[in-house]
Structures are given as C-alpha cells and as structure tokens.
Design a binder for this molecule. Structure first.
Ligand SMILES: Nc1ncnc2c1ncn2[C@@H]1O[C@H](COP(=O)(O)OP(=O)(O)OP(=O)(O)O)[C@@H](O)[C@H]1O
Ligand SMILES: [Mg+2]
Length: 355
C-alpha cells in the first residue's frame, strides 16, 4: 500500500474577478513510503494548492486523502504526520538556531534534556553541528535553509513537503543542497514531496516526477521516462530542450518508418505505431544529434560556449526551423557559417502519443 493515496482531489477557487478556477481538477496520486516525488509545472498549475491540501491548510471540495489507508481529509494540520518546508524559511529571528529547531518540542512541553538531545541530533543531520547558539541573521542563506529543514524533521514526520525550498539560493549552493537533500531523504527513510519549476532540479533529485498542467496531472514517471518518453508536447517542451518535428509517414521499412516534414526534411523513426500517410510529432533532444559526414545537410548559425560542450543552432539546407544540438567543444568544433551534416541513431526519435 502507498503511504499517501490521493483520489480525485478537487479544489476550486473563485477569483477576485469572479470566475471559477479549478486549482486541483481531479488529482490521483500515490506516494510511496520512502519516495522522493517532485511536482513540476508552470506557475499557477496547482502545485502549492496540492501541498497545502496534503498538509491540511487547504480543504478539498471533493476527493480523498488517505495515509496508511486511513482517511485524513478532516484532520487538522497538526494531527497529520506531515511537515512543510517553505520557500521563505520563516525562522524566528529573535531565537537561536537551537530554539528555532526545537520549538515544536518546546510547545509540546517535551522535557529539556530530551529536547536538547533531539536538536543536536537533527542539527548534525543537516550539517549544522555547533551552530545552535547563533541567530538566523548570523547564518548564510544555505545555512538558514538547513535550519528550516532541521525544524521540519525534528518531529519525525512520515511525509515532508517542500515548496520550492531552494529557489532563493544561488546556483552552486542550490546544486550542493539538491544532493544533500536527496541524501538526507535516503537517511531519514521518509517520503518527500518536493515542488519546483526547475526541470533540472526535478531530473536530478526525484524518484518520480509528476508534471502538472492547469490543475491536472499531465504525466507521472521516472526522470528518465519523463525525459525520454514524454507523453505530450507540453511535457516534452517543459522538460529539457527539445527539437519537435511534425512529420508525415511515407512508408514503413522493417522496424523503421520513413517520414518527412512539410519543409521536406527527411527523418527515420522507430516504426512503433506509425502508419503510412499518418501525421505524428517527433521529439529529438539536442544530444541525440552528432556531427557526421552524412545525414541532414545544414549550416551552423550560432554557437554558444558552455564549458566542455557547445550548444549549436543549425539551419537545415532544405529549410524549416533551426535544430539545436550539443557538441563537444574543441579547436575543430564547427563555427557559425560551417557546413555540417547531422546524424542520429534511428532509435533515438521519440514519437509523441498525443499532440
Ligand atoms: N486563495 C486563493 N484564491 C483564489 N485563487 C487562488 C487561491 N490560491 C491559489 N489560487 C489560484 O489557484 C491556481 C493554483 O495556484 P497555486 O498556488 O497552487 O499554483 P503553483 O503551481 O504553486 O504556482 P507557482 O509556481 O507560481 O507557485 C492559481 O491560478 C492561483 O491564482
Ligand atoms: Mg506555488
């Protein structure tokens, strides 16, 4: 059984302008006991509303929330074995780190010695041993984020909800914290539901990614499934850079289909459920292409230096939209104006199920 089962969750808001808006429009989702699940989607798609509903800060209009098979929909937030880490850490500035972290235990009149022991234990888990006597304004942004984490896990929740906890940090620190959070989740052995609109973050950290769109779930899958086998154009374009081609199938040749775009660009695809005469949409990622002496004839229009890699934009000679590819940087790497040929493994193109 899943730790948390969400069934047909609905929540409608009436906007100040008087229109009704389904922030959650029939969400079905299971969260496993030791799973790292990321909610990913554009602004306004319902991520925070879903977290708030799980935590109990938001009441569902209909649908159910079950933890270990027991309905928790009517339980107040403090009765649910769930805690939340917010983007704004919301630490008490007049209290020390230790007191911030131990506050929930203090409120519950947990004995001082037990409390101090628990605080020391979680501070160590988040890498803040010895910082207990500082105040929040004597810490860096990353350290404050760790205090917020320590505070959220001290009560040993079964499920930790994190609403864009890393978005205030700079890139390097964010990447470091991504790995640390993932390790912490493993060590604690509890489920994390993490919200982000950073797709790279979602790919790095998650066991499963839930892509949301306008109050609904568009696709659920492992990072690899979501990246390699996006169901729709929306998912393909939301996760990673995408070259999208609309093609007509000319014929099937064994396990491959031969197809062309309206501009006359010819592509080979896995035959899958392609039918001659049918139109399908095809995804090829920048890294699927390599520069070769045969293949799609094209001219490099732009080269963006990324360190060890180059991001190249190339214009196929037959016309149509530019193709974006990645190539290793070297002294021989093509420059804007270079004539090249693009090759790809015929197994690489991914045919979308839906438009
Ligand atoms: N209390 C409210 N009253 C009216 N509308 C609301 C309320 N709370 C949220 N909404 C609307 O519900 C929709 C979903 O909001 P939500 O905060 O869940 O989005 P989100 O996916 O977290 O977005 P972001 O990435 O910007 O944080 C939005 O259109 C929002 O304007
Ligand atoms: Mg939000």
């Amino acid at each position: 059984m899943a730790l948390l089962e969400i069934r047909n969750a609905r929540r409608e808001f009436v906007t100040p302008e008087g229109t009704r808006l389904a922030a959650l429009d029939g969400i079905d989702l299971d969260i496993g006991a030791n799973e790292f699940v990321t909610l990913l989607g554009p602004s306004g798609c319902g991520k925070t509303t879903l977290l708030r509903a799980i935590a109990g800060f938001e009441t569902l209009d209909s649908g159910t929330l079950a933890l270990d098979g027991n309905d928790i929909s009517t339980q107040p937030p403090h009765r649910r074995p769930v805690n939340t880490v917010f983007q704004s850490y919301a630490l008490f500035s007049h209290m020390t780190v230790a007191r911030n972290v131990g506050y929930a235990l203090e409120v519950r009149s947990v004995e001082r010695q037990v409390r101090e022991h628990a605080v020391a234990e979680v501070l160590e888990k988040v890498g803040l041993s010895g910082m207990g006597t500082r105040r929040p304004n004597q810490l860096s942004g990353g350290q404050r984020q760790r205090v917020a984490l320590a505070r959220a896990i001290i009560g040993k929740p079964r499920l930790l909800l994190l609403d864009e906890p890393l978005s205030a940090l700079d890139r390097n620190l964010r990447q470091q914290m991504q790995l640390e959070l993932k390790t912490l989740q493993n060590t604690l052995g509890i489920a994390f539901v993490f919200v982000t609109h950073d797709q790279e973050e979602a790919l790095t950290m998650s066991d499963r990614i839930v892509v949301m769109r306008a109050g609904k779930i568009e696709q659920i899958g492992s990072p690899r499934q979501i990246y390699r086998h996006p169901k729709s154009r929306f998912v393909a374009e939301f996760i990673g850079e995408t070259n999208l081609f609309t093609v007509t199938i000319d014929r099937i040749d064994g396990s491959h289909a031969l197809a062309h775009t309206a501009d006359g660009l010819e592509l080979i695809l896995p035959a899958g459920n392609c039918k001659p005469g049918g139109n399908v949409q095809v995804v090829l990622r920048p890294a699927d292409f390599s520069i070769s002496d045969q293949g799609i004839a094209a001219t490099v229009t732009k080269a963006v230096y990324l360190g060890s890699d180059l991001h190249l934009f190339v214009q196929p000679t037959v016309g149509g939209p530019e193709i974006s590819i990645t190539a290793r940087d070297s002294a021989q790497a093509p420059q804007p104006g270079s004539k090249v040929h693009l090759a790809y493994d015929p197994a690489a193109p991914h045919v979308l199920e839906t438009a």
